[in-house]
Write a protein of this length. Structure first.
Length: 365
């Protein structure tokens, strides 16, 4: 495996554990030499994981039924010839910037209420205000201004044409129903602007609320993320990233592969949903110390470990592997020594995941 693909492989490994383990079963009915109690226990654990993953898929579907996914997809992913082949968000934002923004975004100079004119395809400032309020159609096929965005208490660092947010809340409602809200309570930067020291952000996407906190302490970043909805679907992510030096994650560099390999010493993450927990550890510095352009399967498995824990007990781990073409082809290894190739389950689950996200984005029912 090449160095530049390391981070991608780690992320795929995390997803792979959820998808592959949830479907893994012993297909060889002749393996009756195992103790009956061991088979029964293993089957119960497998069923528990399958149920948990099914519940996770059901939670994703709530995004569709809440109205969030339709609005999000129509505004941020669906370009149209009537909007200059841009998404609705890009089109409205571009028009606003053409009319009112000079250089970087300066909140204090833009305070007021603005209304979209569907006839002239222009924004009109209709009133003064203590915040920035935009009235606009929820998508390019809607004639009335039934959507509203309110940006309030916004502060930023303006450097050249870059505006780096430090605090503020943006809320979008459609037909008076809150669909999206981002509340940035605190974002702090290092001595060099664009280098993040800490962040405390709450994101609402109906019906889910996610609280993300990032804090840099010396040579380590600590990350926590908690997602929940009124009727459950609680998901928790915790992580620690240890740095090779006292550097910062930069907003100028979004290439995670480069960031990880140049600045990360090691990382440890856990993801919890109901009774399922995933734990991942990666010794980036150890892998890098090998000074190889291509890493072997043994190298990856020595420095990267992903465990699957169900109801507080470890039930399996994911061992990195590749097929004859160098394609990602992991093994799921259970505590009883059973090893299943994930390949036979991948096509089924990829279709299932694809269907879920097409439902989320309004492309299927």
């Amino acid at each position: 495996m090449r160095q530049k693909n390391l981070t991608k492989k780690l992320m795929i490994a995390l997803l792979g554990v959820v998808l592959f383990v949830s479907c893994s079963k012993n297909e060889n009915e002749t393996e009756q030499v195992q103790e009956t109690s061991k088979i029964t226990a293993r089957s119960a654990e497998q069923q528990s994981i399958e149920t948990t993953v099914a519940n996770f898929y059901d939670c994703l579907k709530k995004l569709k039924y809440s109205g969030f996914s339709d609005f999000f997809y129509d505004n941020f992913f669906l370009p149209s010839a009537t909007t200059e082949n841009k998404t609705w968000y890009q089109y409205l934002d571009g028009k606003f910037r053409e009319q009112y923004v000079r250089g970087s975004f300066v909140y204090e100079t833009l305070l007021g209420t603005y209304t979209w004119n569907n006839s002239t395809k222009m924004w009109n400032k209709t009133a003064n205000s203590t915040n920035v309020t935009l009235h606009f159609p929820e998508n390019n096929a809607t004639s009335s201004n039934n959507a509203m965005l309110v940006l309030e208490n916004y502060t930023s660092l303006n450097i050249g044409k870059n505006s780096l947010p430090t605090k503020g809340k943006a809320t979008i409602t459609v037909n008076n129903k809150k669909i999206i809200e981002v509340d940035m309570r605190k974002i702090e930067y290092g001595l060099i602007p664009t280098l993040i020291n800490s962040a405390d952000i709450t994101i609402y996407g109906a019906p889910f609320t996610t609280v993300v906190k990032l804090e840099k302490n010396g040579f380590a970043y600590n990350l926590t993320s908690n997602t929940s909805a009124p009727d459950g679907c609680t998901t928790t992510v915790k992580g620690v990233i240890n740095l090779t030096n006292n550097s910062n994650i930069s907003t100028d560099n979004v290439d995670l592969k480069t960031i990880a390999f140049e600045n990360f010493k090691d990382l440890e993450f856990s993801v919890n949903f109901e009774d399922l927990e995933l734990k991942a550890k990666a010794d980036i510095a150890g892998l890098k110390s090998l000074n190889k352009n291509v890493y072997s399967i043994e190298d990856i498995n020595k420095f990267v470990n992903v465990d699957v824990i169900s109801s507080g007990k470890k039930v399996a781990n994911l061992r990195y592997n590749e097929d004859n073409n160098g394609k990602y082809d992991p093994d799921v290894v259970f505590l009883d020594g059973t090893t299943n190739k994930a390949e036979s389950y991948f096509s089924y689950f990829s279709k299932k995941v694809k269907h879920v996200f097409r439902v989320v984005f309004g492309l299927e029912k």
